[in-house]
Design a protein around this ligand. Sequence first.
Ligand SMILES: Cc1cc2nc3c(=O)[nH]c(=O)nc-3n(C[C@H](O)[C@H](O)[C@H](O)COP(=O)(O)OP(=O)(O)OC[C@H]3O[C@@H](n4cnc5c(N)ncnc54)[C@H](O)[C@@H]3O)c2cc1C
Length: 467
Amino acid sequence: MDIISELKAIVGEGHVLTDDKDTAGYLVDWTNRFHGRVLAVVRPATTDEVSRVMKLAYETQTPVVPQSGNTSLVGGGTPDASGRAILLSLSRMNKIEAVDAVNDTMTVEAGVVLEKAQEAARESGRFFPLSFAAQGTACLGGCLATNAGGTAVLRYGNTRDLVLGIEAVLSDGTVVDMLRGLRKDNTGYDLKHLFMASEGTLGVITRAVVKIFPAPQASYTALVGVEDVTKACELLAAVKSAAGPALTGFELMQAKCIERVGKEIPAVTLPGDVSSAPWWCLVELSYSRDPGSNPLEGILEQAFEAGTVADAFLANSVKDSKAFWAIRESIPSADAHVGGNLHNDVSLEISDIPAFVEEALAALEARFAWVDPSVFGHLGDGNLHFNIGSIPPNLAFENEEGIRETVYAVVSAHNGSISAEHGIGQLKRAHFLALKNPVELELMGRIKKALDPKGILNPGKLLADRA
Ligand SMILES: Cc1cc2nc3c(=O)[nH]c(=O)nc-3n(C[C@H](O)[C@H](O)[C@H](O)COP(=O)(O)OP(=O)(O)OC[C@H]3O[C@@H](n4cnc5c(N)ncnc54)[C@H](O)[C@@H]3O)c2cc1C
């Protein structure tokens, strides 16, 4: 069977790409670490076309790699080097089908770019809270398939918490229609959740119903300096007690990360000298009705009196607030300017984070005297980007295995996770297989076998391939 001709018959000649110049952009990941080859890049426009492509792949035992925005930081959407796979790009399935401001839901195709979904909600006087630095490129299908996190998880949850229904296509082409906007549905197993964080290994997500919310009318932001991570956790607890659900962001950054942004990213302005404290928290409160005066003033005053806080900058305008967030979001770029670092994306119970940071830094420094860690992340979610650079820069990458082993050993000792929001992909697969509870791995393998009996969906990612 001539697979290429069959694919062209399904999606149209112009949407089966085989020339290197057309496929190149799909075959390398965002970090430029993973490169692959394919039989073809196929760009279906409808669920029916996805289903027919999958049926063909199933019959011919052809591997299929689903890809949406290709912003994975773990090589999740990059094919292997065999050149046997079809790369299934969802980019043409980019329609926002409905925004229902009464049910507070939005129905989208998998290839809708996250920023477009946010805009569509805004135009209807609503708010779609999923937000992170790659939102201009990442798509809803990819966000669901990785259970993406981002900056609003503290208040609204991960992508999993924002999804009410999905439509997915299984490896044999079967369309599973679970596209419902119900907030309550206890009719058996909630199968849609199998596809969240499945990284394209169980099925192709084609459409989703996601939750939208009344847009916040006022938000208040501050950059707050603290002596150590324990104080940062105390501040988090104090703000939670005082502000309750109004707390929408609580990020942690080392002062040196902020200083590096100030030096390396000219477009970002710092609010002042941050050398007065070694750690800084970015705190954001949001309200559906403007409380009139800034609630952070009183909360921080009390925290100063209690000795929790060492210094603070309050945003006096939306512009200031955006500038504070720009600092946080520019840390990875600033790190990349000075030679880059090994990305870690770990999660722990929040109460374990001070001990984790202390122990992991000590273990790294004991083994590698030259480490230059860049520690920041979503403290409110118990998620740190515990990134490791080096002086000189190349040493961190040359010692990647040893560094990951050291960090993950401390994560495991605290019963944490080696992937909070970026997924496993290719990058963390060996560690995932070594560290995950064997009983959970066995159950995952059984689910994979039931949904993808021929093992054609995204082989080489997440789970071990079957012999
Ligand atoms: C600068 C930057 C910042 C980032 N910040 C964050 C952050 O704060 N939080 C966070 O969670 N992530 C973050 N990421 C990681 C990344 O953006 C997310 O993982 C995102 O959800 C991936 O979406 P995508 O559309 O690019 O998916 P892709 O990269 O195309 O795919 C990701 C995975 O999902 C699978 N997949 C894609 N589409 C489908 C589909 N329709 N059906 C089934 N499987 C599919 C792929 O096979 C792959 O395994 C960041 C990335 C960058 C580059």
